[in-house]
Design a protein around this ligand. Structure first.
Ligand code: GLU
Length: 300
């Protein structure tokens, strides 16, 4: 049953290469969830991390989405054009006394910090003050020892103590760029996103994003984290297997494979056009059927 609550979803690829099958799954799932709830669906190009951008990748991804029959509402939002908004958020956090400059190098952090959920936990060296002889490199957010909890529509209850498991995290990087964690929060608000459907590789980031939303006084969207593909022994598939680009010229087999991966029912007769595929897939989308983990190989 389509819900009556307002729904705005988004697909937010990073232009670090061609659209691969792992991202196609995310695109298909967030599109179907939005459309089956009569929602809007927006695309945001997450090109905040300029050094990782591959020239031509952003256009290539958009052309592939078009070739697969995705239709987005509104103009595409490019993070590379949103610096002022990120700066304003940084200033707000500064006024709140929630951020501090950090002069530690990666090497120093690696030597002093213990290993956490996502790499080394920053040991808090510069939290009290930055010694005058040290140059500020990055800007970090103060985390409090408080559990962040949310109910994921697929993964169920997720809890994390950011202070214990992640530590004070960077929102402005040593290379002068804003970090993904801040940019994503500011842009989800800017675009009016109410529902986020994305890969489970980001589930550990969500508590940081909720934390920033709360600090900045923004609403928290609902989250659904899609299964990551694992092999039959339960191991995560290699980056290589996940990053096979999809073939723009033959969209239907890859779209059907994405539905299969998401444990959605498949039409009795193979659809012959994209319109037919999407009409069927939107009508039959059921997020309850999406497994928490999948053992199905990620190949189109
Ligand atoms: N840009 C991220 C990626 O391509 C996705 C971010 C998000 O969905 O929040 O992995």
């Amino acid at each position: 049953m389509p819900s009556t609550t307002p729904y705005c979803g988004r697909f937010a690829p990073s232009p670090t290469g061609a659209l691969h099958f792992g991202s196609l799954i995310a695109a298909v799932a967030c599109y179907l969830d939005a459309r089956s709830n009569n929602g809007q669906w927006l695309v945001r190009m997450e090109d905040v991390d300029r050094p990782r951008e591959v020239p031509g990748a952003a256009d290539g991804i958009l052309r592939t989405l078009e070739a697969f029959g995705f239709e987005w509402d509104e103009a595409i939002c490019y993070q590379s054009q949103r610096t002022e908004a990120y700066q304003a958020a940084l200033e707000q956090l500064q006024k709140q006394g929630m951020i501090y400059p950090c002069g530690c190098s990666r090497k120093e952090i690696a030597q002093q910090g213990r290993l956490g959920a996502e790499g080394i936990i920053y040991p808090g060296t510069c939290r009290k003050y930055l010694p005058t002889e040290r140059k500020a490199r990055s800007i970090r957010v103060i985390t409090h020892d408080k559990n962040i909890r949310f109910i994921d529509r697929i993964q169920g209850e997720i809890k994390q103590s950011i202070a214990d498991e992640i530590g004070d995290f960077v929102i402005h990087r040593a290379d002068g760029l804003f970090a993904y964690q801040l940019a994503v929060v500011i842009d989800d608000v800017y675009q009016g996103i109410t529902h986020i459907v994305r890969g489970a590789d980001l589930v550990l980031s969500t508590p940081r994003q909720i934390y920033l939303q709360v600090l900045l006084g923004h609403p928290t969207p609902t989250y659904a984290h899609l299964p990551l593909a694992v092999d039959t022994a339960g191991n995560k598939l290699s980056k290589q297997a996940q990053s096979l680009p999809v073939n723009r010229k033959v969209p239907l087999p890859a779209l059907l494979a994405a539905l299969r991966f998401l444990h959605q029912p498949l039409p009795d007769e193979q659809p012959t056009t994209l319109d037919e595929f999407w009409a069927w897939a939107i009508k039959n989308w059921d997020i309850q059927r999406v497994p928490q983990q999948s053992t199905q190989p990620l190949t189109g």
